[in-house]
Design a binder for this molecule. Structure first.
Ligand code: ARG
Length: 584
């Protein structure tokens, strides 16, 4: 809650009561109209009077002047507000910066500030993200989903939601038959010791290539071999099942390594293989009820009346599809986890699929369909264009990790060799790499395409994770040099420089930004705020020295202020999935 906005809206609501207006204005309603004026000189908050014009039947400018006069007298009774003035159709308020500073800095110092958004317990929400397929390579494009889903989970938890982070691994389907076909019939290499999942991904690529490039007669034979493997998989033939289990495990181990490296955790992992049967049953039941229908032997649902086409749900041979399993999964989530909202973080190319899934559930009489939401996001491309495994320009996880490591150590960390132990160098390398990749994926809105560029994302100047880490460690080192911050006997009136006040305002707004970032599914809002905060800190630090402060009192106040910037950066980065090192 923003206590300044609350105060302002209450005062206005009180004053409005003495008018005989056609509409009743509650403080809550009025609060939603309050904005920040475009320039800080104009005040901290502004109330636009346009909203009142209709029931007052007066020009907004006149309303602003009149209300302003009436409000003047109530001002003396508040400690939050200093002055007001009418500027055009707006009433502008100046808040007490000392009050804002004291409230914000003391609660950041104790850590209570970062618990404020949790003061209300909200609904139980599941966020499903990552969802890689076994037997395929994990590449830089997949990192966008991981970064976005994980950050939203952290933000939802911070905002007081009862959150379940879920994964849904694609461990069945045609792609696996292709991979295993190549593995059994054409592969001559021994499986490597590590990253065997990535190696399987390469076999899968080779399979696709071989199938495409085969001359006509061969091609047919190959296709039949693949189909045969798929049939055996679907029939759960024990021999092929053994190979499936072993290779599936290889991929799962790779995924674990990747999640561990990126500090990502799930409360629950679903697998496509476990919702297969249940999905089939749902479709057959609905066929009996007449909701689904047969079409050329297959089963589906006609959604043409809502422009969603015919949605295929079961193959003519009775085997399941991607769609079949999503019906069962959606129900399982609500039934077994008692969730109230279900979010799917999946690329924009599956928009139609999810519309069809949710519409189908609705027609099956499943009320919770309305509580399902597809959070789509755009593609990750390279400077050279689209990533394509055929063109051989896909950046697989292991390559990404290695190249980032080289870059970070050469540019930032090799200078500390001998001074720091190897473990700290390795751990800092990982932290900076994770910051670089996650921040780069999150500082843009989900619906925008992203151009991945390792060098651009790792540089230490500009809107990057590295820049934020440098700002953070710099403050930590300043604080270490000057001494322990405290909240005892701080004179908050001393933080009077506009650059210091800009920082205070940003700290005060932090919780509201995190709240919005969650509600709008946009961690980019938070990324923007952290970048601005780091820049404001730099500006304040050059004009308002801590070490050479004019008095001991001023030094304590500034030390506390900068310490709070570091704490907020740390908390904000955490919400983006980033843990900054303590020195660099
Ligand atoms: N594994 C799928 C893919 O790679 C994504 C799964 C998305 N989630 C879902 N419930 N369908 O395309």
């Amino acid at each position: 809650m923003n206590i300044f906005k609350a105060k302002i809206s209450h005062l206005i609501a009180e004053v409005l009561q003495s008018f005989d207006t056609s509409e009743v204005y509650t403080a809550e309603m009025l609060e939603s109209f309050i904005e920040h004026p475009p320039k800080p000189e104009m005040g901290d908050y502004a109330f636009p009077c346009f909203t009142l014009a209709k029931s007052f039947r007066k020009a907004p400018k006149l309303i602003a002047e009149e209300l302003c006069q009436l409000l003047q007298s109530s001002l003396n009774d508040t400690k939050e507000l200093l002055s007001i003035q009418a500027i055009g159709p707006y009433i502008n308020f100046n808040v007490s910066m000392a009050h804002m500073a004291s409230m914000t800095l003391s609660t950041i110092f104790t850590g209570n500030y970062f618990k404020e958004n949790q003061s209300t317990t909200r609904e139980r929400v599941m966020i499903e993200f990552s969802q890689p397929n076994t037997h395929k390579g994990f590449h830089v494009g997949h990192m966008r989903n991981v970064a976005l889903g994980d950050s939203l989970c952290r933000i939802y938890q911070y905002n007081g939601y009862d959150l379940v982070a879920a994964n849904y691994i694609g461990d069945v389907g045609a792609h696996i038959a292709k991979c295993l076909w190549y593995y059994s019939n054409h592969n001559e290499e021994a499986a490597p010791e590590t990253l065997r999942g990535e190696w399987l991904g390469r076999l899968y690529m080779k399979a696709v290539q071989k199938l495409e490039e085969a001359p006509l007669e061969k091609s047919k034979a190959y296709q039949e071999e693949v189909s045969h493997i798929l049939q055996r998989l679907e029939a759960k033939d024990p021999e092929i099942l053994k190979t499936w289990e072993m290779t599936r495990q290889w991929s799962l181990e790779d995924f674990d390594t990747i999640y561990q490296w990126s500090d990502v955790k799930f409360h629950h992992v679903f697998y496509e293989s476990e919702v297969d049967e249940a999905g089939k049953k749902i479709v057959l039941d609905e066929l009996e009820k007449g909701i689904c229908e047969r079409s050329e032997g297959a089963i589906g649902i006609d959604l043409n009346d809502v422009d969603l086409g015919f949605f295929l749900l079961l193959k003519s041979d009775g085997n399941t599809l991607y769609s079949t399993k999503d019906l069962a999964l959606a129900k399982k989530k609500f039934d077994e986890f008692a969730i109230q909202r279900s979010i799917y973080v999946v690329g924009a190319e599956q928009t139609l699929h999810f519309k069809q899934v949710f519409e189908t559930l609705k027609r099956m009489g499943y009320q919770q369909a309305e509580k399902c939401f597809h959070l789509s996001y755009g593609l990750v491309t390279l400077k050279s264009g689209k990533m394509s495994s055929r063109a051989g320009n896909v950046i697989l996880f292991s390559q990404l990790q290695q190249e980032m490591k080289n870059f970070i150590q050469t540019n930032y960390l090799n200078q500390y060799r001998g001074q720091w132990d190897d473990q700290e160098i390795e751990e800092t390398t990982r932290a900076v790499a994770v910051a670089g990749i996650k921040y780069g994926m999150l500082n843009q809105d989900p619906n925008k395409q992203i151009v991945f560029s390792m060098e651009d994302w790792l540089v230490s100047e500009g809107d990057t994770g590295t820049y934020l880490i440098y700002a953070y460690v710099r403050i930590r080192s300043i604080v270490r040099q000057v001494g322990q911050p405290t909240i005892e006997n701080i004179d908050y009136n001393l933080l009077a420089h506009p650059n210091e006040q800009a920082v205070i305002r940003q700290l005060f707004d932090f919780n509201e930004v995190v709240w919005m970032a969650g509600e709008q599914y946009r961690p980019s809002l938070l990324a923007r705020t952290l970048f601005d905060l780091a820049k404001s800190f730099s500006r304040a630090y050059t004009t308002c020295s801590v070490k050479h402060a004019e008095s001991a009192e001023l030094q304590s106040a500034r030390l506390l202020l900068f310490h709070c910037v570091a704490e907020t950066l740390k908390q904000g980065l955490y919400l983006l999935g980033i843990t900054p090192p303590e020195r660099m």
